[in-house]
Design a protein around this ligand. Sequence first.
Ligand code: DSN
Length: 418
Amino acid sequence: MIASENYAPIAVLQANSSVVCNKYSEGYIGRRYYGGNKYIDEIEGLCKKRALKLYGLDEKIWDVNVQPLSGSTANLAVYMGIVGKNGRIMGMDLSSGGHLSHGYRIKRRKITASSMFFRSKSYKIDEEGKIDYGDIERKYKKHRPDLVICGASAYSLDIEYKRIREIIGEDTYMMADISHVSGLIASGLLKNPFEVVDIVTTTTHKILRGPRAAMIFYRRSKMVKKERVDMKSKIDSGVFPGLNGGPHNQKIAALGVALKLANSVDYKSYGEEVIRNAKILADYLEEKGCKIVGGRTENHLILFTYPGIRGAELEKVCDLANISINKNCIKSDKSPMNPTGIRIGTPAITTRGLNREDVLYVGELLMRAIKITLNLKERALGKDIDYLMTNDLEINKLKKDVVDFIYKFPIPCFNFRF
Ligand code: DSN
C-alpha cells in the first residue's frame, strides 16, 4: 500500500529485461555517439510519440525527453538546463508533502543536490493541510525564483496550477512534477497542468505501471522577458550530456509498452477505481479516529495520523504483519526518520483487483495494526516497542489474516487484465 508503488504488466517487465539492454546509444535520435542504433532510434521515437499522445500534446508545441533514469535526475536535469548552477528554485517543503528533489534543505543544511547546487526556497501547506497559495505569493515576491515547482509526494488534494501561474506570471519558469498522479492526469481525472506550465516531469513506475524511469515534457520554446528561449536544447542537454551517459534502452522500450497500455479505456477505469478506493479507505479510517491530512483525498493517497502513534512504530508493526506502508512527515514533524504521519495509497491494491468491500477489510486490518501498536506501547511503559514485537501473538494473527486475504488477489504480472 505504498502510494508510489504498483505492479507493471508482464509485457512491460519483458521489454524491461530485453536484449536492447545491451546497447549503448549516447546522444539522441539520429545523432548518436555510437553506431548500430537504427532500432534503438525507432524504439525511442515510438516511445516519445506515445508519451505525447497520452497527454494529447501537439508535437509542434511540446516535446518529451524519455531518457532520464529516475525522477530525481529528471528534476536535476531541468534545473541544470533551465536555471543553471546557483539558479533560484522554489518548491513545496518536504514536511508539507513535497519531494527531496524540489530544493529540500533543513534551514541552512543543504542535503540534496537540488539545494546544494541551486538556491532553493520552500512553500508550505496551511493549517488545514492545503497548499498555502498565499505563502507561494509571499515567497515568490520576496525571493523571485527563476523556476517554481509544483507537485508532491505526499499530498492528497488536487493542485491549482492556474492559480500558481497567475501568482508567478509568464516570465518565470513553471514546472509540475506529476510523478504520483501522472496516470490520473492522463485519464482526465485531475486538473491538467499542461495547460499552464512550461515543463512536466514524471516517474513512470508509479501509477503509470511502467519501468523505473522518468520523462520530461517541455514546451519547445518559451518567451521570457521578451526573448525566445530554446527549451529543447536546454532540457535535452541537461539530460545528456548534463547528467546521463548512455540511456537505459530497455527502460525506454518498456515505457513505450506502458504508455500504450495507459492510453486505453481500461486504464481510465483503473484510475477511477484507484480514486474511489482511496476515498472509501480515507472515509473508513476517519470514522475510526484517524486524522486525514488535508481532510480528505482527491487522488490515490492518504496521509494520516492516529493519536498516540508515530508513523515509524506503525510501519514496524505493519512490516511484521506483511502490510507495506510508510512513515511520512507531516507539517509539524521535525525528523523524517521518526515522523507522526503514515502514508498509504491504492494504486497497487487496485491493480490486484480489490474493490469496495475488500478495501473496507483492508481498513479493518490497518485499524487492528494501530490497536496492536497502541497496546505494545502501553506494555512498553515508554521504552522502545521493538523487543515486544517479536513473536507477538496478535501480530502473528494479523499476519495470518493478511496473508489469507491477499492470496485471493494474486500479483497480476502473469495474468494481467489487459
Ligand atoms: N519514492 C517516491 C515516493 O515514495 O513518493 C519519491 O521519490
